[in-house]
Design a protein around this ligand. Structure first.
Ligand code: SAH
Length: 242
């Protein structure tokens, strides 16, 4: 019978699980009211250090001490860190992803980043593949930074990547048309689909560096641009101000 299951389903986890078990997966579709359907190649979620973009490799090299990989997915970054001899813990809200990570030998836990009962501390919190996505909307910067401060040891830092989506609004003459009455332009609604599994829609924030740095400062933290990529993407380090 052909039916669409709509529960708090785990489409990305199912794709990761299939790929881990069989070396292949169906199409993992990303839907948004703002764009055409897009697809995440599931194989890319299993990228090795050598297959990672330069910004991600830099992030892994900069990570030190006890590291928390937030929204770790298949665990690709955690595994690379472990390969470098670095102490790493991974969390994700996708049950099947956590199961795969545990089978891959990662110290992985089914934990929501915003769950205050998870009160361990780390020297580095790592959030990669548009790590700012978990912030959801600009309104949520305060609660986000509160959690980061609770998770970091003194002197610790958050290493996070994102992209400035303003290029999507560029006119032919190079000017950028943004309606200031609208929500912030990097605030995207997404839904993931895999086979007959449809996930709950969620907000996923892409944020330009200046806006991220402004909110970090507002929340008592110091923001530093570590590197810029080739497609409006960047890597930042955010540290608690001493
Ligand atoms: N970092 C991985 C996966 C990125 S996809 C990589 O680079 O390949 C984003 C991941 O964040 C998904 O696995 C999703 O389940 C997880 N996620 C989303 N919201 C979360 C939250 N509130 N707490 C923990 N993980 C979350």
């Amino acid at each position: 019978m052909d039916k669409l299951i709509i529960t708090s389903a785990d489409p990305m986890g199912a794709a990761i699980y299939d790929y881990y078990k069989s070396g292949k997966a169906d199409r993992l579709i990303v839907r948004s009211s703002m764009f055409e359907d897009d697809e995440i190649p599931v194989k890319d979620l299993f990228r090795t250090f050598d297959q990672m973009p330069q910004l991600e490799r830099l992030a892994l090299m900069q990570a030190k001490g006890r590291i928390l990989d937030v929204g770790a997915g298949s665990g690709c970054h955690s595994l690379a860190l472990m390969g470098m001899g670095k102490e790493t813990v991974a969390i994700d809200i996708s049950p099947l992803s956590v199961k795969v990570m545990q089978e891959r030998g990662i110290d992985a836990h089914l934990v929501d980043f915003y769950d205050e009962s998870f009160d361990a501390r780390f020297d580095t919190v790592l959030m990669l593949m548009n790590g700012t996505g978990i912030i959801g909307t600009l309104d949520n910067m305060g609660p986000f930074f509160d959690r980061i401060k609770r998770l970091l040891n003194e002197g610790g830092s958050l290493i996070i990547d994102s992209s400035d989506l303003s290029y999507l609004y560029e006119e032919e003459d190079g000017s950028i048309m943004i309606d200031l009455a609208d929500d912030y332009y990097g605030q995207i609604d997404y839904q993931m689909l895999y086979k007959d599994i449809a996930g709950e829609p969620f907000d996923w924030l892409y944020v330009d560096y200046e806006t991220l740095a402004f909110h970090a400062e507002e929340n008592g933290m110091k923001c530093e641009l570590l590197s810029e990529g080739e497609h409006y993407d960047y890597l930042a380090r955010i540290t608690v101000r001493q």
